[in-house]
Ligand binder design. Structure first.
Ligand code: 1BN
Ligand code: ZN
Length: 358
């Protein structure tokens, strides 16, 4: 798999959500490697922000919020070929923008020009949606809305990344009433839909993550990067049986919250049936594995932000779905139980992170 440079698996048996997990997870390495290049990460925790877990009543109340029909409808609306510069790409952009404006989000486009191999000059548009544009800091949930250019086949990119985009729209829809307080909160929520994540020819520093590279550079110049508490990047979601790992030491405590929320839901029977191939060399009944993959490094939209020391949670399954970058990444690969379960875990995480506890 290109882009996944090295693996380091540290299997942990019989885990439960306790302090011991933190102690037995491998110590962070401070370097990440990219095709021969290497850069230092500042091993700092930007904030000491540590909200309490959702109370039992909050947990049960919030777990019951869901609109599975809306999630399917959002996926249907996004699941068309949407290569940058095409009419479909504008249709999907308009759909995302309008859906959020209808929910009273402030939505801006960050538009710019760049040149790509094969297709030449292109107009890109990142979509930036906030509940409180004047907030001091943000939890940023991100994904990419373009689909990969494939000249000879129809490529829909269900997991890559129609489902992640739909999950974010669904989160905004389902939590509309519960996120009202974030319109005036100092710490608020941002949804970020990157444009031009995919390479047109061969993945490389100048042919990939066009939108993320542009935005990270711009926000660095404008001094805005410090207002990102953490960037949570969703990619390749929707196929059955995903396994996630903690990639970064400075966001491990947040990764462990996702793991704990999954356990809590599972213990109460609030997750739809897990799908499992049963042969994976890992816990097949968990999405969030109690393992760190410190020396692995997956190319994606978070990289320009990571290089600028923005704390990152990368929610991408390893291994990637088998249909990755093939025409089979279409509706038939979507496992709706897994998709609903992940959407629920990410929603609860967002509420736990942002809502003041009573
Ligand atoms: C993820 C989904 N990526 C592209 N579509 C990023 C990537 C590219 C990851 C190449 C590994 C290799
Ligand atoms: Zn892709």
């Amino acid at each position: 798999m290109r882009g996944l440079i090295k693996h380091s698996r540290n299997l942990i048996r019989n885990y439960s959500w306790t302090e011991t997990i933190k102690n037995i997870l491998p110590k962070p390495r401070k370097k990440i490697y990219n095709l021969g290049a290497c850069f230092e990460l500042q091993d700092i925790q930007k904030t000491s922000y540590n909200p309490s877990e959702l109370s039992e009543s909050q947990f049960l109340e919030y777990s019951n919020l869901s609109d599975k029909q809306h999630l399917r409808e959002a996926i249907r609306n996004i699941l068309i070929p949407r290569v940058v510069g095409t009419g479909n790409h504008s249709i999907v952009r308009q759909y995302i923008v309008q859906s959020l404006r209808d929910l009273d989000w402030k939505v801006e486009l960050n538009s710019f020009h760049d040149t790509a191999p094969i297709v030449g000059a292109l107009h890109f548009h990142n979509i930036i949606a906030t509940l409180n544009p004047k907030a001091e800091s943000y939890l940023v949930l991100a994904c990419h809305y373009d689909s990969k250019y494939m000249p000879d086949v129809e490529f829909l990119g269900a997991t890559d990344s129609a489902v992640p985009c739909a999950m974010l729209l669904n989160l905004a829809h389902v939590l509309e009433k519960h996120l009202g307080s974030l319109k005036t909160a100092k710490r608020s929520l941002m949804l970020l839909f990157f444009d031009g994540e995919e390479a047109f020819d061969e993945w490389g520093p100048k042919d990939s993550i066009y939108g993320a590279r542009h935005l990270a550079q711009r926000w660095e110049k404008e001094g805005k990067l410090d207002s990102i508490d953490m960037l949570v990047l969703l990619d390749l979601l929707g196929a059955p049986d995903p396994a996630f790992y903690s990639f970064f030491a400075n966001t491990e405590s947040w990764y462990m919250r996702l793991l704990a929320l999954e356990s809590r839901l599972s213990q109460r029977g609030l997750l739809e049936q897990y799908t499992s191939s049963g042969v994976a060399p890992r816990d097949p009944t968990r999405y969030f594995q109690a393992q760190a993959m410190r020396s692995s490094y997956i190319e994606d939209d978070h990289i320009p932000f990571l290089k600028r020391n923005v704390p990152i949670l990368h929610l991408i399954p390893v291994p990637f779905p088998t249909v990755w970058h093939t025409p089979d990444d279409n509706e038939s690969v979507i496992d709706y139980s897994t998709t609903d379960n992940l959407a629920l875990i990410i929603r609860l995480f967002t509420l736990e992170y942002l809502l003041e506890k009573s």
